[in-house]
Design a protein around this ligand. Structure first.
Ligand code: AHM
Ligand code: MG
Length: 338
């Protein structure tokens, strides 16, 4: 490769964050610092996942988390890495993690103005098989003097100032969006130790014949969901089924290729499986990003996912998200059933 063909002016996440900060004259740099701490936690988790089977991190840790799932050793490590990074940033007042029953309030930083919600390692049942997993995050900005109470957290996704996820796959892929901005995708360059802006201004295709859901649950599904999936199978050109079972990986594919990802509420899990604050709302912010990504995300009642207000920090919801036209099909069938 001739040197003239090597791009020497790459946009790293660090550069991108600096450039974003200078666009906002009122910015204090606090949010940028928070993003640096987030970035560090993604890099660390990516590193541990990659090393996992070499340094004996596979398997169960012998404890259960709040929702009764068996915790993996890596779940515990991912959670610890995330908490330490958020706490030490000095910019986080309160942190909600899937792995922690209560919100963690960082009283040592009473001036901190951000609340962070995260699932440190989502899809961890896939870990030992080497399948992609991910970290999902959402960020609220709190009023001055906020104490990190439940009221600071039980807010709809429309209040998020930033959200996104990192997928730990063949490479680590970070997708993030800030309020009013584009959805941008970064790829971890392991040699440089930097996330590089590789997918600026991501836009989800308006439609695509791919659906992604756990059909093993179909005996519990409500009538409209059954009718919808059946209609895809009976379409003139039937849809392709793709289900990884890691929301982040299924979401990343859906964002790039188009299609739909669904985890509906059903007769068994009447509230759905995925959590509102740190799984559904951040994904909704990415997919519904009005003029940017241009997709849709709704719950099982066909309400906009981003407007749903949880009553408890670990509340769950059904979710349908993806290409505009594909989600619209779900909405139309549900409307018909009234
Ligand atoms: P987790 O947070 O305990 O890992 O569970 C969330 C995961 C999602 O990543 C994925 O979409 C879903 O659970 C898969 O569930 P199922 O195995 O029921 O299909
Ligand atoms: Mg998880």
């Amino acid at each position: 490769v001739g040197s003239e063909r090597i791009n020497t002016d790459i946009v790293t996440l660090t550069r991108y964050l600096n450039e974003e900060q200078t666009k906002h004259k009122e910015a204090t740099g606090d949010f940028t610092l928070l993003c640096h701490a987030l970035q560090f936690s993604f890099k660390s988790i990516a590193y541990y996942i990659r090393r996992a089977s070499l340094i004996n991190l596979g398997g169960l840790a012998g404890s259960s988390n709040v929702t009764g799932d068996d915790q993996k050793k890596l779940d515990v490590i991912g959670n610890d890495v995330f908490i330490a990074a958020m706490r030490s940033s000095g910019r986080v007042r309160v942190l909600v993690s899937e792995e922690e029953e209560e919100a963690l309030v960082f009283d040592e930083y009473p001036e901190a103005r951000y609340a962070v919600m995260c699932d440190p390692i989502d899809g961890s049942s896939n870990l030992d098989a080497g399948v992609s997993v991910g970290t999902i995050f959402g960020v609220f900005k709190l009023p001055i003097g906020a104490k990190g109470t439940k009221e600071d957290l039980l807010k709809p996704g429309t209040e998020l100032v930033a959200a996104g996820f990192t997928m730990y796959g063949a490479s680590a892929q970070l997708v993030m969006t800030m309020r009013g901005g584009a959805v941008n995708g970064f790829t971890m360059d392991n040699a440089l130790g930097e996330f590089i802006l590789t997918h600026p201004d991501m836009r989800i295709p308006k439609k695509r014949a791919i659906y992604s859901c756990n059909e093993g649950n179909s005996k519990y599904w409500e009538e409209p969901v059954l009718e919808w999936v059946n209609s895809l199978k009976q379409a003139e050109k039937p849809y392709s089924a793709r289900y990884i079972g890691s929301m982040v990986a299924d979401a990343y594919r859906t964002l790039l290729y188009g299609g739909i990802f669904a985890y509906p509420a059903d007769k068994k899990s009447t509230k759905g499986k995925l959590r509102i604050l740190y799984e559904c709302a951040p994904m909704a912010m990415v997919f519904e990003n009005d003029w940017v990504a241009g997709g849709q995300a709704v719950n099982s009642k066909m309400q906009r996912m981003i407007e749903v207000v949880p009553e408890h920090i670990h509340d769950r919801s059904g979710i349908f998200m993806g290409s505009y036209d594909e989600v619209q099909k779900v909405i139309d069938i549900h409307k018909k059933h009234g």
